[in-house]
Ligand binder design. Structure first.
Ligand SMILES: [Zn+2]
Ligand SMILES: [Zn+2]
Length: 210
Protein backbone atom coordinates (compact mmCIF):
# COMPACT_ATOMS: atom_id res chain seq x y z
CA UNK A 1 0.00 0.00 0.00
CA UNK A 2 1.38 3.40 -0.96
CA UNK A 3 2.08 6.15 1.55
CA UNK A 4 -1.03 8.35 1.95
CA UNK A 5 0.41 11.85 1.79
CA UNK A 6 -0.65 15.29 0.52
CA UNK A 7 -0.20 14.52 -3.22
CA UNK A 8 -2.38 11.44 -2.72
CA UNK A 9 -5.18 13.52 -1.15
CA UNK A 10 -4.86 16.09 -3.95
CA UNK A 11 -5.28 13.24 -6.39
CA UNK A 12 -8.36 11.99 -4.52
CA UNK A 13 -9.89 15.49 -4.65
CA UNK A 14 -9.28 15.59 -8.40
CA UNK A 15 -10.80 12.12 -8.83
CA UNK A 16 -13.92 13.17 -6.90
CA UNK A 17 -14.25 16.46 -8.80
CA UNK A 18 -15.09 14.69 -12.09
CA UNK A 19 -13.42 14.98 -15.49
CA UNK A 20 -9.87 13.77 -16.11
CA UNK A 21 -8.13 14.01 -12.71
CA UNK A 22 -4.69 14.48 -14.28
CA UNK A 23 -5.94 17.29 -16.55
CA UNK A 24 -7.45 18.94 -13.48
CA UNK A 25 -4.22 18.80 -11.42
CA UNK A 26 -1.99 19.85 -14.33
CA UNK A 27 -4.32 22.68 -15.43
CA UNK A 28 -4.57 24.04 -11.92
CA UNK A 29 -0.78 23.95 -11.51
CA UNK A 30 -0.26 25.71 -14.85
CA UNK A 31 -2.77 28.40 -13.95
CA UNK A 32 -1.00 28.97 -10.62
CA UNK A 33 2.34 29.07 -12.42
CA UNK A 34 1.15 31.69 -14.92
CA UNK A 35 -0.47 33.78 -12.18
CA UNK A 36 2.74 33.67 -10.14
CA UNK A 37 4.73 34.53 -13.27
CA UNK A 38 2.57 37.58 -13.95
CA UNK A 39 2.37 38.82 -10.39
CA UNK A 40 5.87 38.04 -9.09
CA UNK A 41 8.29 37.11 -11.86
CA UNK A 42 7.78 39.49 -14.78
CA UNK A 43 11.04 41.22 -13.89
CA UNK A 44 12.85 38.03 -12.90
CA UNK A 45 15.93 37.51 -15.09
CA UNK A 46 15.51 33.71 -15.12
CA UNK A 47 11.88 33.94 -16.19
CA UNK A 48 12.64 36.49 -18.92
CA UNK A 49 15.45 34.29 -20.19
CA UNK A 50 13.06 31.33 -20.35
CA UNK A 51 10.60 33.34 -22.43
CA UNK A 52 13.44 34.38 -24.74
CA UNK A 53 14.45 30.72 -25.17
CA UNK A 54 10.87 29.61 -25.95
CA UNK A 55 10.03 32.78 -27.92
CA UNK A 56 6.83 33.20 -25.94
CA UNK A 57 4.12 30.71 -25.03
CA UNK A 58 2.20 28.11 -27.03
CA UNK A 59 -1.27 29.09 -28.30
CA UNK A 60 -3.15 27.22 -25.52
CA UNK A 61 -1.16 28.87 -22.74
CA UNK A 62 -1.22 32.25 -24.46
CA UNK A 63 -5.02 31.88 -24.38
CA UNK A 64 -4.78 31.52 -20.59
CA UNK A 65 -2.60 34.63 -20.39
CA UNK A 66 -5.23 36.49 -22.43
CA UNK A 67 -7.93 35.40 -19.96
CA UNK A 68 -5.87 36.72 -17.05
CA UNK A 69 -5.94 40.12 -18.70
CA UNK A 70 -2.69 41.50 -17.22
CA UNK A 71 -1.50 43.62 -20.15
CA UNK A 72 1.52 45.11 -18.43
CA UNK A 73 2.66 41.72 -17.16
CA UNK A 74 2.44 40.22 -20.65
CA UNK A 75 4.33 43.15 -22.16
CA UNK A 76 7.13 42.96 -19.58
CA UNK A 77 7.45 39.20 -20.05
CA UNK A 78 7.83 39.51 -23.81
CA UNK A 79 9.96 42.66 -24.20
CA UNK A 80 13.28 40.83 -24.32
CA UNK A 81 12.24 38.26 -26.90
CA UNK A 82 11.00 41.07 -29.15
CA UNK A 83 14.24 43.01 -28.61
CA UNK A 84 16.22 39.91 -29.63
CA UNK A 85 14.10 39.21 -32.71
CA UNK A 86 14.17 42.83 -33.86
CA UNK A 87 17.94 43.11 -33.50
CA UNK A 88 18.90 39.68 -34.85
CA UNK A 89 19.88 38.89 -38.44
CA UNK A 90 17.27 37.41 -40.79
CA UNK A 91 18.40 33.81 -40.26
CA UNK A 92 17.98 34.23 -36.48
CA UNK A 93 14.41 35.48 -36.94
CA UNK A 94 13.47 32.25 -38.73
CA UNK A 95 15.15 29.93 -36.23
CA UNK A 96 12.85 27.69 -34.15
CA UNK A 97 12.72 28.32 -30.36
CA UNK A 98 15.47 26.70 -28.30
CA UNK A 99 13.07 25.56 -25.55
CA UNK A 100 9.40 24.55 -25.22
CA UNK A 101 6.73 26.91 -23.86
CA UNK A 102 7.53 27.43 -20.14
CA UNK A 103 3.95 26.58 -19.13
CA UNK A 104 4.12 23.35 -21.18
CA UNK A 105 7.34 22.47 -19.32
CA UNK A 106 5.54 23.09 -16.01
CA UNK A 107 2.62 20.94 -17.20
CA UNK A 108 5.02 18.08 -18.01
CA UNK A 109 6.57 18.27 -14.52
CA UNK A 110 3.15 18.17 -12.86
CA UNK A 111 2.06 15.26 -15.01
CA UNK A 112 5.16 13.32 -13.89
CA UNK A 113 4.30 14.21 -10.32
CA UNK A 114 0.55 13.49 -10.30
CA UNK A 115 0.71 10.54 -12.72
CA UNK A 116 3.49 9.05 -10.57
CA UNK A 117 1.31 9.46 -7.46
CA UNK A 118 -1.55 7.68 -9.22
CA UNK A 119 0.65 4.79 -10.33
CA UNK A 120 2.00 4.47 -6.79
CA UNK A 121 -1.55 4.39 -5.36
CA UNK A 122 -3.19 1.76 -7.55
CA UNK A 123 -3.86 -0.53 -4.60
CA UNK A 124 -5.52 2.20 -2.51
CA UNK A 125 -9.23 1.32 -2.26
CA UNK A 126 -10.47 4.72 -3.51
CA UNK A 127 -8.29 4.46 -6.61
CA UNK A 128 -9.20 0.82 -7.24
CA UNK A 129 -12.92 1.72 -7.03
CA UNK A 130 -12.41 4.66 -9.38
CA UNK A 131 -10.59 2.58 -11.98
CA UNK A 132 -13.22 -0.16 -11.80
CA UNK A 133 -16.07 2.33 -12.26
CA UNK A 134 -16.27 4.81 -15.15
CA UNK A 135 -12.96 6.72 -14.84
CA UNK A 136 -12.91 9.97 -16.83
CA UNK A 137 -9.26 10.08 -17.95
CA UNK A 138 -8.52 11.72 -21.27
CA UNK A 139 -6.85 9.56 -23.91
CA UNK A 140 -3.53 11.37 -23.76
CA UNK A 141 -3.24 10.81 -19.99
CA UNK A 142 -4.32 7.16 -20.29
CA UNK A 143 -1.49 6.73 -22.77
CA UNK A 144 0.90 8.43 -20.36
CA UNK A 145 -0.22 6.08 -17.57
CA UNK A 146 0.13 3.03 -19.82
CA UNK A 147 3.61 4.14 -20.90
CA UNK A 148 4.76 4.60 -17.30
CA UNK A 149 2.91 1.58 -15.84
CA UNK A 150 4.98 -0.64 -13.61
CA UNK A 151 3.73 -3.94 -14.98
CA UNK A 152 2.28 -5.39 -18.13
CA UNK A 153 -1.00 -5.97 -16.29
CA UNK A 154 -1.25 -2.29 -15.30
CA UNK A 155 -0.49 -1.25 -18.85
CA UNK A 156 -3.28 -3.49 -20.10
CA UNK A 157 -5.71 -2.05 -17.54
CA UNK A 158 -5.16 1.51 -18.86
CA UNK A 159 -5.47 0.36 -22.46
CA UNK A 160 -8.75 -1.33 -21.56
CA UNK A 161 -10.06 1.83 -19.88
CA UNK A 162 -9.21 3.76 -23.07
CA UNK A 163 -11.04 1.25 -25.25
CA UNK A 164 -14.10 1.02 -22.99
CA UNK A 165 -14.36 4.83 -22.80
CA UNK A 166 -14.17 5.07 -26.60
CA UNK A 167 -16.82 2.34 -26.89
CA UNK A 168 -19.26 4.17 -24.56
CA UNK A 169 -18.67 7.45 -26.36
CA UNK A 170 -19.21 5.83 -29.73
CA UNK A 171 -22.53 4.32 -28.58
CA UNK A 172 -23.65 7.72 -27.25
CA UNK A 173 -22.42 9.42 -30.44
CA UNK A 174 -24.62 7.12 -32.57
CA UNK A 175 -27.63 7.84 -30.35
CA UNK A 176 -26.86 11.56 -30.61
CA UNK A 177 -26.70 11.55 -34.41
CA UNK A 178 -29.91 9.48 -34.59
CA UNK A 179 -31.67 11.99 -32.36
CA UNK A 180 -30.46 14.77 -34.65
CA UNK A 181 -32.05 13.13 -37.69
CA UNK A 182 -35.17 15.28 -38.15
CA UNK A 183 -36.55 13.10 -40.96
CA UNK A 184 -36.93 10.14 -38.56
CA UNK A 185 -40.31 10.33 -36.74
CA UNK A 186 -39.10 7.70 -34.25
CA UNK A 187 -35.91 9.51 -33.35
CA UNK A 188 -34.98 8.92 -29.70
CA UNK A 189 -35.20 11.51 -26.95
CA UNK A 190 -31.81 12.08 -25.39
CA UNK A 191 -31.15 11.77 -21.68
CA UNK A 192 -29.36 14.78 -20.14
CA UNK A 193 -26.14 12.73 -20.09
CA UNK A 194 -26.49 11.74 -23.76
CA UNK A 195 -26.89 15.40 -24.67
CA UNK A 196 -23.38 16.10 -23.37
CA UNK A 197 -21.65 13.52 -25.58
CA UNK A 198 -20.03 16.16 -27.78
CA UNK A 199 -18.37 17.73 -24.73
CA UNK A 200 -17.29 14.31 -23.44
CA UNK A 201 -15.79 13.48 -26.85
CA UNK A 202 -13.72 16.69 -26.70
CA UNK A 203 -12.65 15.95 -23.11
CA UNK A 204 -11.58 12.40 -24.01
CA UNK A 205 -9.74 13.14 -27.24
CA UNK A 206 -8.37 16.61 -26.47
CA UNK A 207 -8.23 16.73 -22.66
CA UNK A 208 -10.14 19.03 -20.33
CA UNK A 209 -9.77 22.76 -21.04
CA UNK A 210 -7.25 24.65 -18.94
ZN1 LIG B 1 -6.26 14.36 -18.97
ZN1 LIG C 1 2.30 25.74 -23.50
Amino acid sequence: MGFRHTPFFELLDAVQAGGCPLCRIVNRAVRRYLEATLYEFVNDAGMRHRVVQSQGFCAAHAALLRQMGDGLGVVLLHEQVLAGLSRGDLAAVLKAPAAPCPACATAAEWLDHSGGTLLASLDEPEITDYLNGRPAFCLSHLRWLARHARSRQQRKQFAEIARTTAEHLYTDALTFTNAANRSDPNRPDLTPEEKTVWLRILDFLSGSPA
